[in-house]
Design a binder for this molecule. Structure first.
Ligand SMILES: *[C@@H]1O[C@H](CO)[C@@H](O)[C@H](O)[C@H]1NC(C)=O
Length: 307
């Protein structure tokens, strides 16, 4: 029986995820991003490349063509749903307000590409940036991520040597994938519950037979010493992933205190998961504006500090 289950597991996950992708495509409006250009970053898998949307700051404002600081952005996908481009507004806002080049990465998805493929894509993109010092300022690389993209950003920050990233920005990340999603509780009542069935399917697709407590999968278990000097965690009080994100943020704060790391933790009132993508009403719009402004602040502050 166990052997049979192992055999049908991949096709079953593939069917379920394909169905879910189709539903999302039918029921929601698809992202229509407008980056300045596309980049194909070489992957360590020789048969494919990583598509990256590039958002360039206004050259007139930047004043010259010297290497630019870089923000690597990772969108939220549940690690399975193709929504690359959904952070278009954020990427454009950041590049305009900071002079950073924003690289919005289309990392690969499960179940076709399980762990560690997505994380490898993030690392390969960073390697690409570091290999192009005439274009990108190697000492000024930061990373941001939304939801599961935040999980990847945190995992990469723990994995790569300290100093790789100046700043880390995580919007409502999941940090502990060993936790049963149905047992999580939002800090405040009244939010719309996310389906724990689909969360489980997506996680299973990504994690497969790995241990979910692997810190590269669940940054809640990571050593925080490689985390960058400046960190921003944004959570929503109606979001079931807020508590685990804040737990890790608090730990990063206390463990980073001695070395002067700054960790900002902002829990948004009246906001659920992915609140910045659902601009229904004044509360969400002003929370989005505040969250993006905090991100810009931390990037402008990180610029100039070199560790
Ligand atoms: C992750 O979640 C599991 C299950 O709820 C829990 O036992 C564990 O303590 C959590 N780990 C961390 C580091 O928060």
């Amino acid at each position: 029986m166990a052997g049979f289950l192992a055999l049908v597991r991949y096709p079953l996950l593939k069917v379920l995820v394909t169905f879910s992708r189709l539903l999302i495509k039918l029921l929601t409006s698809q992202p229509s991003p407008r980056p300045d250009y596309l980049l194909q970053v070489p992957s360590r898998d020789k048969h494919r490349t990583i598509k990256v949307h590039v958002y360039k700051p206004n050259v007139e404002v930047a004043g010259s063509s010297k290497p630019a600081p870089v923000l690597i952005n990772l969108y939220g996908s549940g690690l399975a749903i193709p929504l690359h481009g959904i952070d278009d507004d954020f990427c454009r806002f950041v590049t305009k307000a900071t002079g950073y080049v924003v690289l919005d990465v289309n990392y690969c998805l499960a179940p076709e590409y399980p762990f560690p493929a997505a994380l490898n894509d993030v690392e390969d993109t960073i390697q690409y940036v570091l290999n192009h010092p005439n274009e990108y300022q190697a000492s000024q690389v930061s990373v941001s991520g939304f939801s599961s993209g935040g999980t990847l950003a945190l995992a990469a920050s723990a994995l790569l040597p300290h100093g790789t990233f100046q700043s880390l920005i995580a919007f409502y990340p999941a940090t502990n994938l060993s936790q049963d999603p149905s047992l999580r509780k939002a800090p405040a009542p009244g939010g719309k519950e996310r389906s724990s069935f689909w969360t489980r399917i997506f996680r299973e697709s990504y994690i497969r037979e790995m241990d979910p407590r692997d810190p590269r999968i669940s940054p809640a278990f990571a050593d925080t010493s490689n985390f960058p000097a400046n960190m921003l965690f944004v959570t929503g009080e109606l979001d079931a992933s807020a508590v685990e994100a804040e737990d890790l943020a608090e730990r990063a704060k206390s463990e980073g205190h001695a070395t002067g790391k700054e960790v900002i933790i902002r829990r948004m009132k009246g906001c659920g998961h992915a609140f910045d993508k659902k601009l229904t009403g004044e509360i969400l719009v002003s929370a989005r504006n505040e969250a993006y402004a905090l991100a810009v602040n931390i990037l402008n502050k990180g610029q100039g500090t070199s560790t």
